[in-house]
Design a protein around this ligand. Structure first.
Ligand code: PEP
Length: 259
């Protein structure tokens, strides 16, 4: 059984005045919730403060990006050891907003993935097709290309340390989520590729989370799909009650699935 996992991607939201009550509310709201792992990914500027709030709780800290180098002349960038020092355990890489807005290529994302792994961080590698690609029947081609490129030269025994996120671009921030069937089909395909890139055992143990307009209303049916191992949540993670509900519903579906 794979333990479900929910990741909160706060994106560019969260001054300290906003981040502190949000992290505190989520931590306290999930005090008695079992059977699910939770990662909060605030902006860089709030990592230290949120890390202090989560200390001693089961909730983990994650960042939204990193540079592939451990240090160097890269003005404005943040290196993996800096994240590890703050207590980060995860880092989101290859998010479609970064691919689109800052032109991140598969090659750069791959360097980041390998660097994150070498510094003890779990990369949350995001893959997903655009609406046009889906219309043209290119969904599997797109995600396969992103997965193979993202994991290029990652040793088979390290592949299992990656958390994969299927995030169809057309579903991110649009309110229109993929159906459990649509997501499950892609997750199954990705798991097949992971079998080839690592092993059947590794692929079977790896978690593939779904992201794209996950909200309290759809979290349970998405998590009930056997191939969906949790959620990467953007907009709905900025509301304490909303995110706590998503996590509880994910835990509940995971428990039902495993029963
Ligand atoms: C995301 O930021 O990865 C995301 C899935 O956003 P949203 O939940 O708002 O669609």
């Amino acid at each position: 059984m794979r333990m479900p996992l929910c990741v909160a991607n706060w994106k560019m939201h969260g001054t300290l005045a906003e981040a502190r009550p949000l992290a505190t509310g989520v931590r306290d709201g999930l005090r008695r919730v079992k059977g699910v792992e939770v990662v909060l990914c605030p902006p860089f500027t709030a990592l230290a403060a949120v890390g202090e709030i989560l200390a001693g709780s089961p909730l983990a800290l994650g960042a939204q990006n990193c540079h592939p180098e451990p240090s160097g002349p890269h003005t404005g960038d943040i290196a993996p050891p800096m994240l590890a020092e703050l207590g980060c355990r995860y880092v989101i890489l290859g998010h479609s907003e970064r691919r689109r807005e800052t032109g991140e290529t598969d090659e750069l994302i791959n360097r980041k993935v390998r660097s994150a792994l070498s510094h003890g961080l779990t990369p949350i590698l995001c893959v997903g097709e655009t609406a046009g690609e889906r219309r043209q029947g290119l969904t599997f081609t797109t995600v396969e290309g992103q997965l193979r490129a993202g994991l290029a030269e990652v040793a088979a025994d390290a592949v299992g340390r990656v958390l994969l996120a299927y995030e169809p671009v057309w579903a991110i921030g649009t309110g229109a989520n993929a159906t459990p069937g649509q997501a499950g089909e892609v997750h199954g395909y990705l798991r097949g590729l992971l079998t080839e890139l690592a092993s059947k055992e590794t692929a079977g143990a790896m978690r593939i989370v779904y992201g794209g307009s996950v909200k309290p209303e759809n979290a349970e049916e998405l998590a009930a799909e056997p191939e969906i191992d949790g959620a990467l949540v953007g907009g709905a993670s900025l509301n304490v009650q909303g995110f706590v509900t998503i996590v509880k519903k994910t835990a509940h579906s995971g428990a039902v699935r495993g029963a």
